[in-house]
Ligand binder design. Structure first.
Ligand SMILES: [Zn+2]
Ligand SMILES: [Zn+2]
Length: 332
């Protein structure tokens, strides 16, 4: 609905977005409003011959998510800034190429497989945290090294011989190219971000060889704030309100959390109420608003259109999904 500038400002004011109740009511109204509005099959722009979601300026990317300025990548998330020819990677960018089954590489890394945090490194296999190195196998924590196996220095010739012996054995065992075994992880599956994209129950995770953290994280019952008695508007908080002394309780999971001075001044400046959820619950809510790193083949839901596409909206979701052309016609 269109308004004049004054009407618009009055309308915004009437929502009372400085209050918790106002924000909650507006969220409800907004969700209701978009219920029957068509959505675009994917949040992508300037993409050529690619499938995935949340991509800009990409070419020949297959099944990639959160990618920009990247080409010829497959089954990756967070590939950007000149990432080329990467497969099965999470976070690879800044002119990297030929990276396989690896987490977090950048700065001209190339020919890296089954490794993690090897920035500016080339020809690395099964290495962890080895920046600016090359030709290393099974190493950890090295810097500016080359021709090392299990952190031991070899001559170039000996390195080549031993590497080839190890790879022959790994190929016989059928595990060359597999990532490190899951039981080597220092964290429980439920503590890692893997659970956000691939949810598993404790039983399922243990069967797959992952650890599970049984200890409850966080504190409960120490809150000094009762949300029922707390001011609805950020404007009603007294100037001398000492946020460092207060412990908050999450309305969702009941966990305690704190809000620091800088956060409070941000909320005051933006005129928005204090969050009534703990940081973890806020993170989960944000993720829910984002599509999963998964694709389904579907047809455009606009009557008479036969376009098909890959989309992160599963067929059982309630949203109305349009192809690019129908969506553009609808919104412009
Ligand atoms: Zn919570
Ligand atoms: Zn269509």
């Amino acid at each position: 609905k269109s308004y004049t500038k004054e009407e618009y400002e009055d309308k915004i004011k009437s929502y009372k977005l400085d209050t918790y109740s106002g924000v909650e009511a507006f969220k409800k109204e907004f969700l209701d409003f978009i219920k029957n509005k068509p959505r675009k099959f994917a949040e992508c722009s300037n993409i050529v011959n690619s499938t995935g979601n949340y991509m800009t300026n990409v070419k020949n990317n297959r099944y990639c998510f959160h990618a920009y300025d990247a080409e010829n990548n497959a089954y990756c998330e967070h590939v950007w800034r000149g990432a080329k020819d990467c497969m099965d990677c999470s976070t690879a960018g800044r002119s990297v190429e030929l990276i396989y089954n690896t987490i977090n590489v950048g700065l001209q890394s190339s020919n890296v497989i089954c490794s993690s945090y090897c920035w500016g490194s080339q020809f690395m296999e099964y290495c962890l945290n080895c920046p600016n190195s090359n030709n290393c196998f099974g190493c950890t924590g090295l810097k500016k090294n080359s021709y090392c196996i299990l952190n031991k220095q070899y001559s170039k010739e000996d390195y080549k011989k031993l590497r080839s012996k190890i790879i022959t054995k790994m190929k016989q065992d059928g595990n060359y190219g597999d990532f490190f075994p899951s039981n080597m992880s220092s964290f429980g599956y439920n503590e890692s971000s893997a659970i956000e994209e691939f949810p598993l129950s404790k039983e399922e995770a243990l069967v797959q060889g992952f650890k599970w953290e049984n200890r409850e994280r966080g504190t409960y019952g120490k809150e000094t704030i009762d949300w029922n008695k707390f001011s609805d508007s950020i404007k009603d908080l007294p100037n001398d309100f000492d946020i460092n002394k207060e412990i908050f309780i999450c309305l969702e999971c009941k966990k305690n959390y704190r809000i620091i001075t800088n956060e409070l001044s941000f909320y005051r400046r933006m005129n928005i109420p204090l969050p009534r959820n703990c940081p973890e619950c806020r993170h989960t809510k944000r993720l829910k608003n984002r599509g999963p790193n998964k694709l389904w083949h579907r047809k455009c839901m606009k009557e008479g259109c036969n376009n098909e596409f890959e989309t992160s909206y599963s067929p059982d979701r309630p949203e109305i999904i349009y192809c690019e052309k129908c969506y553009q016609q609808e919104v412009y």
